[in-house]
Design a protein around this ligand. Structure first.
Ligand SMILES: Nc1ncnc2c1ncn2[C@@H]1O[C@H](COP(=O)(O)OP(=O)(O)OP(=O)(O)O)[C@@H](O)[C@H]1O
Length: 229
């Protein structure tokens, strides 16, 4: 699913590379936690995977598509295969729950009838049935994140990237969001989640990739967050 070989990313304005010789492979259906201190390169790796940034050197591909050589004209199709969830939800403020989720299908040209059919199914899956007509500000943080997850998942992406999705949520709500991400993972979607949340990582015992100063310092199959952190 993801193949990274000796990937280095240097931003023009930075003295050290944000990612430094990163090699790893992620198989279809895996659930991977990306951990490491602030500035270790987690978000940079996610940005490379959605082709928002390009590696300075090395090989990087998703589903066999080479992200280094990828032409501009292919980027939109690549992003369609990936759902993204962020710490700050990033919902459209003036659109209802239903419209936020439906919009993700509208922009990729799905017919109205299909949108009308699919959106309620996905809202039910994330536990938001009955909230379709609410605006984001009428929802709790956990509910807003559920909308964001519904929007990321409605197109059934092969890969879901989550950048600190529980960063703004209390522990109980975070646990609910993790149940939802696990459920999505069980449908076959590969999940890569950057997080600082040691409780979540320790309780789930999934693969843990730890970055420090842009380098992978640990890659463990059923890892924990780390001793003494
Ligand atoms: N657009 C950019 N331009 C220049 N330097 C950047 C840019 N984005 C990130 N960096 C630098 O790259 C390094 C890695 O940053 P990145 O945001 O990937 O880390 P992170 O692990 O996601 O951190 P956090 O946990 O705080 O989100 C940092 O030193 C950061 O200052």
């Amino acid at each position: 699913m993801i193949h990274s070989s000796h990937v280095t990313k240097s931003y023009k304005t930075s003295t050290r590379p944000a990612l430094d010789d990163v090699s790893m492979d992620v198989d279809k259906g895996e659930f991977v936690f990306l951990i490491g201190p602030s500035g270790s390169g987690k978000s940079t790796l996610l940005r490379l995977l959605i082709r928002e940034e390009v590696p300075t050197s090395g090989e990087l591909s998703v589903e066999g598509n080479d992200l280094v050589a990828m032409r501009r004209s292919k980027i939109a199709a690549h992003r369609r295969k990936i759902g993204c969830v962020f710490q700050d939800f990033r919902l459209l403020k003036n659109k209802t729950v239903e419209q936020n989720v439906g919009f993700a299908l509208e922009v990729i040209g799905q017919p109205r009838a299909r949108i009308r059919e699919t959106v309620p199914e996905v809202l039910e899956m994330v536990g938001l049935e009955g909230k379709a007509n609410r605006l984001p500000h009428e929802l709790s943080g956990g509910e807003q994140q559920r909308v964001a997850i519904a929007r990321a998942f409605v197109n059934r992406p092969l890969l879901l990237l989550a950048d600190e999705p529980t960063g703004n949520l209390d522990p109980e709500t975070s646990a609910d969001i993790m149940l939802l991400l696990e459920r999505i993972n069980r449908t076959g979607t590969t999940v890569v989640m950057a997080t600082h949340d040691n409780t979540i990582v320790d309780s789930m015992r999934r693969r843990v990739i730890e970055l420090q100063l842009g380098k992978i310092v640990r890659d463990e199959a059923k890892g924990v967050y780390g001793v003494g952190r």
